[in-house]
Write a protein that binds this ligand. Structure first.
Ligand SMILES: C[S@@+](CC[C@H](N)C(=O)[O-])C[C@H]1O[C@@H](n2cnc3c(N)ncnc32)[C@H](O)[C@@H]1O
Length: 256
């Protein structure tokens, strides 16, 4: 088990950064609900604190959430108690038979599991998902692309009453490195500091499309979460703007 998304960053992600996945909900629902009847199962890879898993439950799906971080899984279990959760790596854990798969929030870019970085890791992940998902089912994910950090490096900070975070990011040789320093107010009103370094492999759209097609998917690529949701971009009101250098992939399992 790695130390990324430990308790303090899990808290900060949940209170400060889940508006992103909430923005994706109308798009995801529009592309997952097939109305074929019967109980459908969705696997959410890198489920984090379970915001999307809880939404899936309200839409009547059976849900399997998978995440590498024990702290993320603990919080997800309290938010979506009827879902099944697995604490493990999406690169190695068993994927049960399912009707759809999602991975939201650059999940497939992270190099937290060293196996994520090896040659062919993405290809073999796509093949495992293709074997688990029913024909016609959708595998939906966003992905950070080359140019995710447009200036090459950046520094940002967020300051709230009970937490603050500094992020220094640098993109080099196809890898985005984010150095995160979190300060969190404790019960005794002292501030605790925790540091994490996240490395993300960046991709090119064409390479990803080619790998998905080779694994047995038909692919559509979207620029943000408003396109195609609830009828052609009309749903964009109130949605958070897509960060730069990210695309959304909808990969439909071919029936062959
Ligand atoms: C930015 S968070 C997104 C969480 C959630 N999907 C959301 O949108 O709120 C990325 C998540 O991916 C998880 N993750 C990264 N690499 C993983 C791996 N190899 N297997 C499972 N989860 C992974 C992290 O632990 C983290 O919870």
């Amino acid at each position: 088990v790695t130390g990324e998304y430990a308790a303090d960053l899990t808290f900060v992600h949940d209170v400060g950064f889940t508006n992103y996945v909430r923005s994706a909900v109308p798009f995801l629902v529009a592309h997952l609900v097939r109305g074929g009847g019967g109980q459908e199962t969705i696997i959410d890879l890198g489920c984090g604190t379970g915001v999307w898993c809880a939404e899936l439950l309200t839409h009547g799906f059976d849900v399997v959430g998978i995440d590498l971080s024990p702290d993320m899984i603990e919080l997800a279990k309290t938010r979506a108690p009827q879902a099944r959760f697995i604490c493990g790596s999406l690169h190695t854990c068993d994927l049960p038979p399912c009707d759809g798969v999602t991975a939201i929030g650059e999940v497939l870019n992270y190099l937290h599991d060293e196996r994520a970085g090896v040659e062919g890791a993405m290809r073999s992940l796509f093949e495992r998902i293709a074997s688990a998902i029913t024909p016609g089912g959708n595998f939906i994910f966003d992905l950070a692309l080359h140019g995710r950090c447009p200036e090459g490096s950046s520094a940002k900070h967020w300051v709230e009453d009970d937490w603050a975070m500094c992020q220094r990011a640098e993109e080099r040789y196809g890898v985005l490195t984010r150095r995160l320093t979190v300060f969190r107010k404790t019960k005794t009103a002292l501030w605790r500091r925790s540091d994490e370094v996240h490395r993300l492999r960046l991709y090119a759209v064409d390479d990803v499309v080619a790998m998905l097609e080779a694994a047995g998917f038909a692919v559509r690529v979207y620029e943000d979460w408003s396109e195609g949701a609830l009828g052609g971009g009309e749903a964009s009101g109130g949605l958070m703007a897509m960060p730069p250098g990210m695309s959304v992939f909808v990969a439909t399992r071919r029936d062959d």
